[in-house]
Design a protein around this ligand. Structure first.
Ligand code: SAM
Length: 298
């Protein structure tokens, strides 16, 4: 990358792991259902490194026009590798710095507007949805790919399989307070996916359809599949310090700080136990997620 050394939004999540988020045959099916071949122009909102639009491009009409916007200075400077990928796919590509809530395009411009894991990071996502609608042509397609992330705290692994009811509830409580604090800080709702079908209806979209990605990256020894190796690398990148979470607990409400302190003490060794279990090949998990694909027509 030629641009700045500063860490970009979600940069720790842009590793190879992101390339394994989708099953190819599922995307083939989605492309059929959404008749992507009819679409010539596509806008990727909150594009990051365009992992999502690079996947969609082969399904669009010949020589499509791909536009991308991101409000992070790091992701709104063209990356030569990304540009070259679009060139190889026969697409024209253009990237601009812009906020999803004030898109720099005229009304009724695009055949399709999409985003992947972006609205969960935005304060007032309804404003972004209204903008995405404004720049879509009448009859154009919106496709929002956004998760419910709170369910992650309930997904079982070999490490948590024998947790008590109280321990499970503590993990869920931690996730809920974190999510509440993030929202209060104006950094978005981590489980917004659940609310998006209703929000698209409220914004006046028709033919709303809601699907779930069929991808699960199950982890089991010897973790030798490329997607499992990429997942382990991803976990190593983000095995962050729970100290970073304190601000979210403070924002959620000072009354939650005692729980935060207790949780940190009680589960201080969870990361180490997980690393050991991976090392000695006793860790396994089904890897389920809830990733919605919500589409609609203007
Ligand atoms: C989790 S990343 C997803 C990136 C990309 N869509 C993907 O799936 O690989 C979220 C992206 O949304 C961008 N973003 C967050 N808030 C935004 C806003 N208000 N307007 C435009 N982009 C935004 C971030 O800079 C980041 O690149």
């Amino acid at each position: 990358m030629e641009n700045s050394e500063a860490q970009g939004h979600s940069e720790d999540y842009f590793g190879g792991y992101r390339d394994f988020w989708w099953n190819k045959d599922f995307l083939d099916l989605m492309a059929e259902r959404l008749r992507l071949k009819q679409h010539h122009s596509l806008l990727d909102v909150g594009c990051g490194l365009c992992h999502w639009s690079r996947l969609l491009t082969p399904y669009l009409a010949e020589n499509p026009d791909i536009y991308a916007v991101d409000n992070d200075p790091k992701w709104s400077v063209e990356d030569p590798e990304v540009k070259e990928d679009f060139r190889k796919l026969g697409a024209r590509f253009s990237l601009q710095a812009a906020d999803a809530r004030t898109l720099p395009f005229e009304d009724d411009f695009f055949d399709m507007v999409t985003c992947q894991t972006v609205l969960i990071h935005i304060k007032n996502p309804a404003l972004a949805i209204a903008e995405m609608k404004r720049v879509l042509k009448p009859g154009g397609t919106i496709l929002c790919v956004e998760p419910n992330n709170r369910v992650q705290s309930l997904i079982k692994s070999s490490l948590s399989a024998d947790d008590s009811v109280e321990e499970t509830l503590e993990h869920v409580k931690y996730a809920l307070i974190y999510e509440k604090g993030k929202k209060k800080r104006g950094e978005g709702d981590n489980s917004l996916g659940d609310l998006l079908p209703g929000m698209l209806a409220e914004a006046g979209f028709r033919d709303i359809e809601v699907r779930l990605s069929d991808k699960a990256i199950a982890m089991y020894p010897p973790y030798a599949k490329p997607e499992q190796e990429a997942t382990l690398q991803q976990w190593a990148r983000v095995s962050g310090d729970a100290a970073d979470d304190e601000v979210y607990f403070k924002s959620a409400g000072r009354g939650y700080l005692a729980f935060y302190e207790m949780y940190r003490r009680k589960y201080a060794h969870l990361g180490e136990r997980m690393a050991e279990a991976i090392e000695n090949h006793s860790y396994h998990a089904g890897g389920g997620t809830i990733m919605y694909l919500i589409s609609g027509t203007k």
